[in-house]
Ligand binder design. Structure first.
Ligand SMILES: [Ca+2]
Ligand SMILES: [Ca+2]
Ligand SMILES: [Ca+2]
Ligand SMILES: [Ca+2]
Length: 444
């Protein structure tokens, strides 16, 4: 779950600096222009519209798969401005954030998001409806997509480890705004601090529950089943601010919470037009006809090399490997013989645009989905059982947006790296477990 790049892009758009980006094959966002269209809606209003297009379900049953504190204090840092880097770095570090050294051999101009995951209160307001200051981020992963019109801060009760309960300050689907995503609610509020788990001063959420409000939260599943989410609950994994010296298995960093293998489809893999800065980023856009199958992984929040930089489409082998029974598939562009068939890992997608050179300025969508794109025989695909994130050498760990960056402030604790972990693959070649629904009240 990261949002800074988008938020910055939005700030630019709000300032009139954005460019429109038409994208063939994606449905146009309603009310965003054109003759005869309804009155212009704000970005926040657009994200509240109930539009799901081949949106992924992660289970046949509706449930809250996971929820937990991502990081603290950097959501809503007033005064950040990429044209004022010295001041912005000082403000960011004072708020507990980090500020990266940015190498750009591509010559691309860095956005604020290339330097830091901290975002301004105004940036938050664009997609979450209200500005917040020095807030913490808490992503909630559901197994079915959300009907965004019912999503509010008041749908959630967060219980901390001292027994107190907190209502978030705001909630939204950003950055999981693609029409085929929308199963994650990101909550901003005051949920904890950075003391280690053994420190009696440590505060962090132990559980998150959906509670009733005036518009009870609705999820939508296969065959247009509507489900009132009130009562769904998940226990957290503890604080993400684990001590630096703990064993890798005990690190509090981000994890995969799901993986699903389908035939490749880019339908719905688009965003409302004001959010199309990193779109198209689907497998076909990056790899053309080689994109035959899509192994989509679902993260607990933020899969960045350091907490700031975007992941590159070329980085599969640095972070991931696949398991097919006893066989490990570790490299891209290597033919593997699996289950009597052949299979190649093509690369990663659902990050950002295809570019000739990837560097620290890369803008990816930094949400809770990444696609591992595959080509080969279906019988080989059917043998894939697990996605592994080894997170220890020779592999690299991953960080959520609270990570240390490449130039952390000495003495400041940042959110922890990912632990070594594995997630089972949901085999969805016969039934992709998706849902398409467009609120009839939304004019196309
Ligand atoms: Ca996305
Ligand atoms: Ca609600
Ligand atoms: Ca996408
Ligand atoms: Ca993504």
């Amino acid at each position: 779950m990261t949002f800074r790049t988008k938020l910055f892009a939005l700030a630019l758009l709000a300032a009139g600096c954005g460019s429109s980006n038409s994208s063939g094959g994606f449905p146009a966002a309603p009310g965003t222009g054109g003759t005869g269209s309804p009155p212009q809606l704000t970005p926040y209003q657009l994200l509240k519209q109930d539009i799901l297009i081949e949106a992924d379900c992660w289970d046949v049953q509706p449930r809250m798969i996971a929820a937990g504190l991502g990081f603290t204090s950097i959501i809503g840092v007033p005064g950040l401005d990429v044209t004022q880097p010295t001041l912005s770095e000082a403000l960011t570090r004072a708020a507990g954030g980090t500020w990266n050294s940015v190498a750009n051999p591509s010559g691309a101009i860095p956005t604020l998001g290339a330097f830091t995951s901290a975002v301004t209160p105004q940036g938050v307001a664009v997609t979450y409806g209200v500005p917040v200051v020095n807030c913490d981020g808490l992503p909630v992963e559901f197994s079915w997509p959300i009907l965004p019109s019912t999503l509010d801060a008041t749908d959630f009760k967060v219980t901390l480890n001292d027994g107190t309960t907190v209502t978030p300050q705001t909630a939204g689907i950003n950055p999981n705004f693609d029409f085929n995503e929308r199963a994650v609610a990101v909550l901003f509020g005051k949920f904890g601090n950075r003391f280690g788990p053994d420190d009696p001063r440590a505060r962090y959420p132990v559980s998150v529950e959906v509670v009733a409000d005036g518009t009870p939260l609705l999820l939508m599943g296969p065959n247009l089943q509507r489900f009132v989410a009130v009562g769904l609950k998940a226990m957290s994994n503890g604080t993400p601010y684990t001590d630096p010296e703990v064993a890798p298995e005990r690190r509090g960093g981000p994890r995969l919470v799901g993986a699903k293998l389908t035939r490749m489809s880019a339908i719905g893999d688009g965003a409302p037009s004001f959010l199309r800065f990193a779109t198209p980023n689907d497998g076909i856009a990056l790899y053309g006809g080689r994109a035959q199958f899509r192994l989509r992984v679902y993260t607990s929040g933020g899969f960045s090399p350091d907490g700031v930089r975007g992941m590159f489409p070329t980085e599969f082998a640095r972070y991931f490997r696949l398991r097919a029974g006893n066989q490990l598939l570790t490299q891209t562009d290597v033919p593997y013989s699996v289950n009597g068939g052949s299979l190649q890992i093509v690369g990663l997608a659902e990050l950002g645009l295809a570019l000739p050179l990837y560097d620290d300025t890369y803008q990816e969508d930094q949400d809770n989905q990444i696609d591992i794109v595959l080509e080969g025989d279906e019988k080989a695909m059917r043998a894939i059982t697990q996605v592994e994130v080894p997170s220890v050498a020779p592999y690299s760990p991953l960080y959520n947006p609270g990570g240390p960056g490449n130039r952390p402030t000495p003495g400041v604790r940042y959110s922890a790296p990912s632990p070594p972990h594995t997630v089972d693959v949901l085999m969805a070649l016969d039934n992709p477990l998706t849902v398409t629904f467009i609120d009839p009240g939304v004019s196309p």
